[in-house]
Design a protein around this ligand. Structure first.
Ligand code: IVH
Length: 675
């Protein structure tokens, strides 16, 4: 291969590698196996070795797992990443506008929302993203290239770009993703991030870009820092230009010349702040002309050509109607304020958590009071203070008895939480069962709150093991449940029996053991039997599992009822082993479509067996489908597969493929815990 051919091939390989690594890491939908990926990567490495001129710092060969590593190395900013002068009233905006107009009466100003996230700089050389760094102290930041490359909307390359371009933007976590992440963290027993800004900061600080990639960060560019090879005259023009190159640019920017118009726009943005998918904490007013910006200059901290108007957090007054007590899975009683609905930062809210008795005492909160509420970090409603106290009403006291079972409650040693210790408390039962069936635990599809409540009320289910004794007849008699849904639930239950030990451990709801801790414990011990016999020092020796968690595991299995429950689950056929993924998931990257009726296998069985080897089963045929498995009376999907010339398998061929890819020929028996 001569140099030109090598160059073309390297280019093609880079494109393929970045496409597949994106599918793998970001979209979680790989099209090729790890092995095939490795082959491509090896070929590129060989070319780069043969022709060192082809080697580039942004090549996938210098990246780990398809992503550039974050080095967190210090990065000096050639153009300082200055901060903004904050202003809090419209008078200061008028003063700022007049100051600028003194030197340039015709000045134009751009007004933009001020996104509440973290400032980063993106450097593109010859159109390639070569470095992304945090603001740091404005003079020196840290290299976070890997994490920035994992943000979907950030182009790794810009088409038609100039020799050099440095853009500055804000990394943020969209509000919706933040709420989802909080839920995930709570489910895992972790402390959730306080607000989207903290969540974005925490995610950007991850060493491993794969973790960051899963956090769903976004970035919007709001300033052109430096450019070589292109002349631009105004800020608006530079934003349009960066947008045309494919950069995600802060979309709302309007130009004005009068202070009054500027103020109106600032107030408009303020009114609409709840409608942005991200938090904003102000509006930025900037001089549009780039030449004028140079003339105005900067202090050591702020440019003199911009100002940030900060909105006060929106607060509303309302009436506290009642305090509801929620009993959590571990028996903790949490008071929740229920108040007359108010519109706050774009959404209607009527509830806020009151945390604990100390919080209530400190603010002297009583039912009937007029309270002031706001959204903490624009998201989570909180009670700020009492505005008017109802003199007839005493300060609210968390009841000494559990509202669900009526048993006495006790305060934790540190006094922070009040708990119901009754293991048979219906509220705890309900929460425990919900947790057991939840997506991150046993993932029993269709087993939601309404059904679990009804099953509890009918006395059909008291503990998780009872789920697995349910019969078709019992389920189909439940309200809003037909034969078909009952069958689906039974299949989901059946499927869940094979879940890995780590999920089962998590599902048991051992206090303080989140999904991650459960994974570590399962990986260390391999079987339920071994976990149950483990002592505190051995458990605590696992990285990140401390004494408290270790003790909690030991305490859990010291309770005979818990041991009996696990025994029942084992007898009912649940997997008690930490089954590793079959050797590298032999069908990983392959997508199957099942159509028609197979002679022996049900669809669910076929699906389960394909998925057990890492394959995916999809509902529709496309170019990306690897195999179509067709049974009798296969219809349009088969036709489409034929049109697309996809490989079509019958049941026997599917079974042969499964066997070839590592499935044991007789796989009916579940792996037994034989320790
Ligand atoms: S302009 C030299 N525009 O706010 C450029 N900043 O409090 C100065 N920010 O560090 C920044 N949205 O991280 C600008 N539309 C916007 C912004 C914005 C958010 C952040 C930025 C800056 C901080 C200053």
């Amino acid at each position: 291969m001569d140099f030109t051919q090598a160059q073309m091939r390297a280019e093609k390989l880079r494109e393929q590698l970045s496409y597949h690594s994106r599918l793998y890491y970001i979209e979680d939908n790989p099209e090729i196996s790890d092995y095939e990926y490795d082959l491509l990567s090896r070929e590129l490495r060989a070319l780069e070795k043969q022709y060192p001129q082809l080697d580039r710092p942004d090549s996938p060969t210098h990246q780990v797992g398809g992503q550039a590593l974050n080095t967190f190395e210090k990065v000096p900013h050639e153009v300082p990443m200055l901060s903004l002068q904050d202003v809090f009233d419209t008078g200061e905006i008028r003063a700022f506008v007049s100051r600028v107009q003194e030197g340039m009466p015709e000045a134009l100003f751009v007004v933009e929302p001020k996104i509440d996230g973290l400032s980063v700089s993106l450097e593109y050389r010859e159109g390639r993203l070569v470095r992304a760094s945090t603001r740091g102290d404005g003079r020196v930041g840290e290299d976070v290239t890997g994490n920035i490359l994992s943000i979907r909307s950030i182009p790794h390359r810009l088409s038609g770009a100039p020799a050099y371009l440095e853009a500055r933007g804000e990394v943020y976590m969209p509000r919706e993703r933040f709420l989802q992440l909080c839920q995930e963290q709570e489910d895992a027993g972790e402390t959730p991030f306080k607000n989207p800004r903290n969540a974005a900061a925490g995610s950007l600080r991850q060493k491993d870009p794969r973790i960051s990639a899963g956090r769903g960060l976004e970035l919007l560019v709001f300033n052109l820092q430096r450019i070589e090879g292109k002349e631009l005259f105004s800020h608006a023009e530079s934003l349009d230009y960066m947008k045309s190159l494919g950069l995600p640019v802060n979309l709302r920017y309007n130009r004005f010349s009068e202070a009054q118009e500027i103020i109106e726009e600032i107030l408009r943005i303020g009114e609409e702040r709840g409608q942005f998918p991200f938090d904003i904490d102000g509006a930025v007013v900037k001089v549009d002309s780039l030449l004028e910006r140079v003339r105005l200059g900067a202090t050591s901290k702020f440019p003199r050509w911009a100002a940030a108007f900060k909105y006060p957090p929106e607060e509303k007054e309302t009436v506290l109607e009642q305090v509801e007590i929620q009993v959590g899975r571990t028996g903790v009683l949490t008071p929740t304020a229920v108040f007359s609905p108010v519109l706050l930062a774009g959404t209607t809210v009527s509830r806020a958590v009151l945390h604990n008795q100390d919080f209530i005492n400190e603010k002297q909160i009583s039912v009937g009071d007029r309270i002031v509420v706001r959204k903490a970090g624009e998201i989570i409603p909180e009670v700020v203070r009492v505005a008017w106290h109802d003199p007839r009403s005493p300060v609210y006291q968390i009841p000494g008895r559990c509202p669900s079972c009526g048993e006495n409650t006790v305060a934790d040693e540190d006094g922070a939480a009040i708990r119901c210790l009754n293991l048979h408390c219906p509220a705890q039962r309900l929460r425990g069962l919900l947790h057991f069936a939840s997506r991150d635990a046993m993932d029993i599809d269709g087993m939601g709150p309404a059904l679990i409540k009804a099953l509890l009320e009918k006395g059909l289910v008291r503990s998780p093991a009872d789920f697995y004794t349910l019969e078709q007849g019992q389920l189909s008699e439940m309200e809003r449940m037909g034969e078909k849904s009952a069958q689906n639930i039974l299949s989901a239950l059946e499927r869940s029996k094979g879940q890995d030990l780590s999920r089962l451990l998590f599902a048991l709801g051992i206090r303080g053991i989140g999904a991650r801790a459960a994974q570590l414990i399962a990986a260390r011990f391999g079987s339920m039997q071994a976990v149950m016999q483990a002592d505190v020092p051995t458990l605590a020796a696992i990285d990140t599992i401390g004494e408290v968690m270790a003790k909690s595991v030991e305490d859990f299995f010291a309770v005979s009822e818990n041991r009996e429950e696990v025994e029942r689950l084992r007898e009912l056929g649940l997997n008690m082993l930490s089954v590793r993924q079959p050797p590298s998931g032999q069908l990983r990257g392959f997508t199957f479509v099942l159509t028609g009726t197979l002679p022996n296998l049900t669809r669910d069985e076929a699906k389960q067996r394909i998925e057990a080897l890492g394959g995916k089963v999809s509902g529709s045929v496309s170019k990306k489908t690897s195999y179509v498995v067709a049974g009798e009376e296969a219809g349009s999907k088969l036709k489409k597969a034929q049109e697309l010339e996809l490989p079509i398998l019958d049941e026997a061929q599917l079974l042969a493929l499964l066997e070839e890819k590592g499935e044991e020929p007789e796989t009916e028996a579940r792996p037994e815990d034989n320790e």
